[in-house]
Ligand binder design. Structure first.
Ligand SMILES: Nc1nc2c(ncn2[C@@H]2O[C@H](COP(=O)(O)OP(=O)(O)OP(=O)(O)O)[C@@H](O)[C@H]2O)c(=O)[nH]1
Ligand SMILES: [Mg+2]
Length: 359
């Protein structure tokens, strides 16, 4: 799963990328080339399970982020730029909300205006794609009509109408078949969107972060289908990322915060992508695995190893907090909170699983 970090010039994209991935990146040498990095998904549940097992290896889930140059019509005309954006599964749009006269910005601080302007850029790019495809498609339709060509044509006509009303494709409900038909186009405005307000440092940062989405009037945009919003303070996060855990906890408390903005941002990305985690535990390794919400136990086993999927028998399952409460798997088994689930069990966020398999 890869998320592309987009936004206008100098809004804090690379700063966010750096703190998310702890990467030490230089300024873009080739401005159209994306920085790619992996962010560890912080997970308190996994940490607490690890405290119980004291494993040799502790492996968190991870999400990939791509930091690209500032967006705009010119940038999007460049193939390398547009194609690196098309590859991602979701977009995180960094919106400037911090005040700093030293850092230039077009006009007043107005995140809603910026969000809409960038949306238009995505929409124009998608319209270009559609027009190109329609030309070919109409030629093909003249040569011979098939149900599939007609369905695609109809789908593109509808998409075009939607875009011409300045509504991104992510707001459209699609059947799984139509979703498949659209997939190859990798439309930019179809990607799930997380708006990330980058706000100023303040003494009461905790409540500022809490209220930012409403204060900057992003509630409407954020509540549309496949959209979400969160706030961070890039400056504070940058300082936090340099600290050890104890220092960081004290620093957060001094701002009246109980968690770093990054934790929330990554969690929001997860939600938006419809992802959840399940855990495998043991003295050798405690590990989080990422799956889509609604995944069956047998497919979840496949996320670990294809052999586990093939030879799946049952999954010994317990929710993470029930396991902590029991203190050990043996206790949980005695209490009857450790269950045996079959192939079709729908895995829940926070389940701990042992896959029993043959072969
Ligand atoms: N005051 C303040 N400055 C910030 C904050 N975040 C980033 N900056 C500054 O804004 C400038 C641009 O930050 P970058 O992270 O490089 O922004 P960018 O969006 O990657 O910029 P481009 O890639 O050039 O479009 C730098 O000088 C940062 O130090 C913030 O939260 N507060
Ligand atoms: Mg940058």
């Amino acid at each position: 799963m890869k998320t592309g970090i987009i936004g206008l010039p100098q809004v804090g994209k690379t700063s966010l990328f750096r703190i998310l991935t702890k990467a030490h990146v230089e300024a873009h040498t080739n401005p159209r080339e994306a920085h790619i990095g992996v962010a560890k998904v912080p997970d308190d549940r996994l940490d607490r399970l690890a405290a119980l097992y004291n494993p040799r290896k502790l492996i968190h889930a991870s999400v990939e982020y791509a930091d690209v140059a500032a967006i705009g019509q010119d940038a999007l005309k460049e193939t390398a730029y547009a194609s690196s954006l098309r590859q991602v599964d979701a977009l995180a749009h960094v919106l400037r909300a911090f005040e700093d006269p030293a850092i230039p910005h077009v006009g007043e601080i107005d995140p809603v205006r910026d969000a809409k302007n960038v949306e238009i850029d995505l929409i124009i790019n998608d319209l270009g794609q559609i027009e190109k495809r329609m030309e070919r498609l109409e030629k093909d339709l003249k040569k011979g009509r098939t149900a599939e060509l007609e369905r695609e044509h109809e789908l593109l006509v509808k998409s075009k109408e939607q875009l011409e009303k300045e509504r991104p494709l992510r707001e459209r409900e699609l059947t799984p078949e139509d979703r498949k038909r659209m997939r190859g186009f990798m439309f930019l405005s179809q990607k799930p969107m997380l708006y990330v307000l980058n706000i100023s440092e303040a003494a009461d940062l905790g409540s500022q972060l809490e209220n930012a989405v409403a204060r900057y009037k992003l509630t409407d945009l954020a509540s549309r289908p496949n959209s979400g919003a969160t706030a961070i303070c890039g400056r504070v996060e940058a300082e936090l990322s340099e600290m050890d855990d104890a220092e960081a906890a004290e620093f957060l408390a001094s701002y009246n915060l109980n968690e770093s903005g990054l934790v929330r941002l990554i969690r929001k990305t997860y939600e938006l992508l419809g992802l959840i985690s399940f855990f495998t535990v043991g003295e050798d390794e405690c590990r989080a695995w990422t799956i889509a919400r609604g995944t069956r136990a047998v497919e979840a086993a496949g996320a670990i190893h294809s052999d586990l999927e093939k030879h799946f028998i049952r999954a010994e399952t317990i929710h993470w907090d029930a396991l902590l409460e029991a203190g050990s798997e043996a206790n949980a088994r005695a209490k009857g909170t450790l269950r045996l689930e079959g192939k079709d069990y729908i895995v829940k966020d926070g389940d701990v699983m042992h896959i029993r398999h043959s072969g």
